[in-house]
Design a protein around this ligand. Structure first.
Ligand SMILES: Nc1ncnc2c1ncn2[C@@H]1O[C@H](COP(=O)(O)OP(=O)(O)OP(=O)(O)O)[C@@H](O)[C@H]1O
Ligand SMILES: [Mg+2]
Length: 160
């Protein structure tokens, strides 16, 4: 599924609609170059679950965790990960084990250790806007995409 997401507000709305369909325990890859809107999407995701405080980019801390009314959410940014093995020290297995949702920026840096994702969102610069491509990993992710297709989505279809 591809959408043209024209503003930061629409990117937050994309995060919100993802929050509505993401099952407990989901791992969501947030792929895309610097400044394509990954953290902005996470802000919308968390706000939709009722989180009211700030959402800081975990560029240096690698992980920030949130306890929202609805769900526990781990936000990871692996940009500064030196070695995928470091993920083991972060306790990645425990984070992914259970009901929490993990949203992972720069997942490529965790290749080999990061498990298969439920969903992957790939963001690209498109002039002042962004193109968002969503793909499913596995049956659970497929169900997520189907649920998304039945909802009003922010932006416009990606081929327009
Ligand atoms: N759809 C959009 N259209 C235009 N600007 C956007 C859009 N989405 C986000 N932005 C803007 O792009 C900038 C970078 O966003 P953000 O910090 O979310 O990117 P990022 O992908 O997390 O970057 P990094 O890789 O550095 O973590 C922000 O100023 C944000 O408001
Ligand atoms: Mg970011």
């Amino acid at each position: 599924m591809e959408r043209l997401i024209r503003t930061p507000e629409e990117m937050r709305a994309l995060g919100a609609v993802l929050a509505a369909v993401c099952p407990p325990g989901a791992l969501v890859r947030l792929e895309g170059d610097l400044g394509t809107g990954k953290t902005t999407l996470v802000r919308g995701f968390l706000a939709a679950l009722g989180h009211e405080g700030p959402v800081r980019s975990p560029t240096y801390t690698l992980i920030e965790s949130y306890e929202t009314g609805a769900r526990r959410v781990h936000h990871l940014d692996l940009y500064r990960l030196n070695d995928p093995e470091e993920l083991e020290f972060l306790g990645i297995r425990d984070l992914l084990d259970g009901e929490a949702v993990c949203l992972v920026e720069w997942p490529e840096r965790g290749t080999g250790v990061l498990p298969e994702a439920t969903l992957a969102v790939h963001l690209r610069h498109a002039g002042p806007a962004r193109r968002a491509h969503l793909r499913a990993g596995g049956a659970e992710g497929g169900a997520c995409l189907e649920a998304l297709a039945g909802r009003p989505l922010p932006g416009v279809p990606g081929d327009s």
